[in-house]
Design a protein around this ligand. Structure first.
Ligand SMILES: *[C@@H]1O[C@H](CO)[C@@H](O)[C@H](O)[C@H]1NC(C)=O
Ligand SMILES: *[C@@H]1O[C@H](CO)[C@@H](O)[C@H](O)[C@H]1NC(C)=O
Ligand SMILES: *[C@@H]1O[C@H](CO)[C@@H](O)[C@H](O)[C@H]1NC(C)=O
Ligand SMILES: *[C@@H]1O[C@H](CO)[C@@H](O)[C@H](O)[C@H]1NC(C)=O
Length: 512
């Protein structure tokens, strides 16, 4: 499957280390006969360390940990370590990158992949790691360990603080999706609310138009439509409209640092809202045919057609073109086959297993009455069918019909809170509806205190506090949140000192 707008991982001078991790922390799921541990990768920087200082663990989440190294070089780990004499560590998640407790990825071999197992990995690591070249014992709970994660790893950061409070002195949960949700149609709501209004309106209109054309069920109209978008050989209508939704992924890929993020969303919008005159002018025979199938136009058929043509041209040039010419478009954009049990299948398969079993987040068209940025053909059944197709039942593990989100939500969901646990979100994040800042939470406007920081980066998208710049060139909102993070972490570390001296600390310090 192709991805759209994902930055490539950076390479680096930090050396990868490995830790002997337990294959299973759960007696009910024992490791294979004669095996107990696997090699879990991590990277660290102790150059700012002062004896007695904190250790910051950044959870690599559902990707190759190597891609997280910039956060050690110049992002949140560097910022916090430098300010507090700490050590920064990037910790790769089991089943990602090169950290595998198994030799292949059959359904059975995913039996050690649960959020709980991976939370226990972090705790066991913090309690046992011996950092090469560091002469001090920096393990928890003798040193203050602070968890950091963004997105899924952000949720893990929050859960870690709540479930292992004796290991984690504090935690920062950035864009933390603490609420697992099967039907996550709200993904597109922040885009609809905050995207350029003219573009969003054009997209909604084009999407409606395409749905109307497809629902006519006339083979000639359907095939003309697909050809028009450069996707003539995509067989299923669902796969076709799903491909049209790919540019929406570039909203989430935005970042305040243009070197980290993508500006593709705005190129997409420019294309949609300022079609060239040439596009608007003449109609070729295919367009005549489409036009004849269009529903009666509202006010301005020329404008509607121009925007439609511009959308088609954009998809043709920027999405359809991602499929190499010698490859069947169904192999690039289709969804009927998910094959591969090798470890090199992890980039698509491991997170899929996790959301199919525990997390959900299937996206679909907005419900009746809410304008939709994606086609009505994109249903929950369609977006979740990967679960049965990719994971035939095994003997030791099976993927349930519907993910058991209770596995996650038993830990608090939207309402999760704890002392020395910070939530940082972005007001334009498509994941905000799964965080404690969700409009669906009981209280999305909790008090922001130094023990329980609760902050929104205005105009921010997905974990915008995680990356940083060394030259002081961060925009004001990012500088501000980084300063605030240093501030509350220093306060937490003061509490650590006080506790050591026997005069601390819970509950007494609820001030801003
Ligand atoms: C996968 O690995 C297991 C051992 O963990 C082995 O028994 C099995 O044959 C392997 N299957 C494939 C398809 O490679
Ligand atoms: C979308 O359709 C609505 C209703 O017909 C219309 O008012 C609006 O101007 C259209 N938007 C664009 C960008 O053409
Ligand atoms: C579609 O399939 C036809 C017939 O196999 C092939 O000639 C054509 O190049 C394909 N088009 C695209 C855009 O893949
Ligand atoms: C779902 O997970 C919860 C929490 O672990 C568990 O109690 C429950 O039995 C699970 N439900 C199913 C259907 O497996």
């Amino acid at each position: 499957q192709l991805t759209f707008g994902t930055p490539a991982p950076s390479t680096t001078s930090y050396k990868a280390h490995t830790f002997d991790q337990l294959i299973s922390h759960d007696d009910a799921v024992p490791p294979p006969e004669g095996e107990t541990t696997f090699q879990q990768r991590y990277w660290f920087d102790a150059s700012f360390y002062q004896p007695g200082g904190p250790v910051y663990l950044l959870d690599g989440g559902e990707t190759d940990g190597e891609g997280r190294i910039p956060f050690l070089e110049k992002g949140i780990l560097r910022i916090l370590s430098e300010a507090t004499g700490g050590i920064g560590i990037v910790f790769e998640h089991r089943y990602y990158g090169e950290s595998f407790p198994v030799e292949n990825l059959t359904t059975d071999n995913f039996r050690y992949l649960t959020t709980m197992q991976s939370l226990q990995d972090s705790a066991y690591f913090a309690q046992n790691v011996k950092l090469p070249g560091v002469q001090y014992d920096v393990t928890a709970p003798n040193s203050p360990w602070i968890y950091y994660g963004g997105s899924y790893a952000g949720a893990k950061s929050a859960f870690a603080r709540k479930l292992f409070p004796d290991v984690w002195w504090g935690a920062i949960a950035s864009s933390a999706v603490t609420k697992a949700i099967v039907d996550y149609w709200e993904y597109h709501e922040p885009i609809r609310a905050s995207g350029p209004p003219e573009c969003i309106s054009a997209l909604i209109n084009n999407t409606n138009l395409i749905d109307t054309l497809l629902s006519a069920g006339q083979p000639l109209v359907t095939s003309t439509l697909k050809t028009f978008f450069g996707l003539p050989n995509v067989t299923l209508d669902e796969d076709f409209v799903n491909t049209l939704s790919m540019p929406l992924g570039s909203w989430q890929a935005r970042n305040w640092d243009p070197k980290v993020g993508s500006t593709e969303f705005f190129s997409f919008c420019d294309a949609l809202t300022s079609p060239s005159d040439e596009l608007a002018a003449s109609l070729n025979p295919d367009e005549e045919l489409l036009l004849s199938a269009f529903p009666p136009f509202p006010s301005d058929p020329r404008k509607t057609l121009a925007s439609f043509k511009a959308y088609a041209a954009y998809i043709q040039e920027n999405v359809a073109s991602l499929c190499p010419p010698d490859e069947d478009q169904n192999d690039c954009f289709g969804t009927d086959l998910y094959e591969g049990d090798g470890l090199d299948d992890a980039p698509w398969k491991s997170w899929t297993y996790q959301y199919c079993t525990e997390w959900g987040y299937f996206q679909r068209a907005a419900p009746e009455g809410t304008p939709s940025l994606i086609s009505q053909l994109i249903t929950l059944d369609y977006t979740s069918e990967i679960c049965s197709k990719a994971f035939p039942p095994g003997k030791l593990a099976t993927v349930p019909k519907t993910p058991n989100v209770t596995e996650i939500n038993q830990w608090g969901g939207f309402e999760l809170e704890y002392s020395r646990l910070a939530f940082i979100d972005g007001s334009e994040d498509p994941w905000i509806y799964a965080t404690p800042h969700s409009p669906n939470a009981a209280n999305p406007k909790r008090k922001d205190t130094i023990s329980k920081p609760f902050k929104v980066i205005k105009g921010g998208v997905h974990h915008w506090d995680e990356n940083g710049l060394l030259d002081g060139e961060e925009p004001a909102v990012i500088k501000k949140v980084h300063l605030e993070e240093v501030g509350f972490v220093m306060f937490w570390l003061d509490e650590w000192e006080k506790k050591k001296n026997g005069s601390c600390c819970f509950g007494s310090n609820e001030r801003i």
